[in-house]
Design a protein around this ligand. Structure first.
Ligand code: GLN
Length: 381
């Protein structure tokens, strides 16, 4: 028998996989894993098909095709008034998760401490641990999940290497404010602390709130890796394509890792997406599109026994049931799937400790029909 000591002994199967599988087994409406259930724009499909047919089927350059990087650079300039050189500061990645892992692999050494706000998207912490880093979790709680930066400061040590941000936030739908940014600028001033800013929901932000990209702030930009996602932008989460932005010095290290674990991202998707983005202006419409879904879902849910938490961005709506049940959120999520036919994500899955605030996350990136049917079932809870 081979003896294999697990590098991640306490890690099981991701909650998204667990809940999606359970939903499938019980033929439940799947509002757990975050992905759209409506068709992708026809024109986008045509652009990718055309790229495949016209022979764009060999390796792309390691950092991504120039046309797509140039479009990203233009967009960042337009939305965040920041210059990212498409040659040296933008890399196309096989999705947001790969970009996050690569940024961590390029920077985290054994013993480095990484501050993570919890509830936190589930890929951050295992990646840090795998690299020998130490996770310093900072717990946030609903309804607003606000950050007390004076308390965050207490987590700082000589070994603090990085802070991971995520706004708009998965799973809570909260967003960072200008006040948060100001505090962060102050805290990191005259330090070598890096920032990994997961901004995959940057264009899904509601009620005219302005997305506080770290790209907007030179003091933060110089120390940041920013991660973005075409999957969220184009309603194509299964295409697994995104990008990373960072100043040249940071990006040089990122690419040293990227070239040996991915090398390059699939060519026809890159060509197709570039051609689509050239002809369509999709950025501003996205928030309007998802705000309609959020508003519909919230008004439907208000007829149920669940209490709605605020949702300022992302495609997730959190609800609390603490006022009517003591059941653990993982049990509640399971029971809703099996007995009521609606799958959700228990938010306790995103905390290191056994923190259970009795909150469930629902994905509303779904057709109106799906949302209506789901809430019809949730009314019986
Ligand atoms: N980002 C998706 C979510 O939050 C899940 C992606 C995945 O399954 N890894 O639901």
């Amino acid at each position: 028998m081979i003896l294999l000591n697990s590098k991640l002994p306490s890690v099981g199967t991701s909650i998204f996989t667990v809940m999606s599988k359970l939903a499938q087994e019980h033929n439940a409406i799947n509002l757990s894993q975050g992905f759209p259930d409506y068709p992708v724009p026809e024109k986008l499909i045509n652009c990718v098909t055309e790229a495949l047919k016209s022979g764009h089927n060999q390796y792309a350059p390691m950092s991504g095709i120039p046309a797509l990087r140039a479009l990203v650079s233009e967009k960042i300039n337009q939305y965040y008034q920041a210059n990212y050189d498409s040659e040296t500061e933008i890399t196309i990645t096989a999705g947001g998760t790969q970009a996050i892992f690569t940024a961590l692999a390029a920077t985290i050494n054994a013993g480095d401490e990484v501050i993570i706000f919890e509830p936190a998207y589930d890929c951050y912490s295992p990646a840090v641990k795998l690299l020998g880093g130490l996770v310093k979790p900072f717990e946030l709680h609903g309804p607003d999940y606000e950050i007390d930066w004076d308390m965050v400061k207490k987590l700082f040590s000589a070994n603090t290497k990085m802070i991971i941000l995520n706004s708009p936030h998965n799973p809570t739908g909260s967003v960072l404010s200008k006040k948060d940014i100001d505090a962060l600028i102050k805290l990191t001033k005259n330090t070598d602390i890096l920032i990994l800013s997961d901004e995959v929901y940057e264009h899904i932000i509601f009620d005219d709130i302005k997305h506080q990209s770290v790209a907007l702030y030179p003091e933060l930009r110089e120390r940041s890796y920013i991660v973005a996602s075409f999957g969220k932008l184009l309603h194509t989460t299964g295409w697994k394509i995104g990008y990373c932005l960072a100043p040249a010095k940071l990006m040089l290290e990122f690419r040293k890792v990227h070239q040996f674990n991915v090398f390059s991202v699939n060519t026809p998707m890159q060509v197709g997406i570039a051609n689509y983005l050239k002809s369509e202006n999709i950025y501003d419409e996205l928030s309007i599109f998802f705000q309609q879904k959020r508003d519909l879902f919230r008004s439907l849910l208000s007829q149920t026994n669940f209490k709605l938490l605020p949702c300022k961005g992302s495609y997730f709506q959190c609800v609390s049931y603490a006022h009517f049940s003591d059941e653990k959120d993982k049990d509640m999520a399971k029971r809703l799937t099996i007995e009521h036919g609606v799958a959700s994500i228990p938010v306790s899955a995103f905390y290191t400790k056994n923190t259970d605030d009795k909150i469930l996350r629902f994905c509303f990136a779904k057709s109106q029909d799906t949302l209506e049917k789901a809430v019809e079932r949730l009314m019986k809870v």
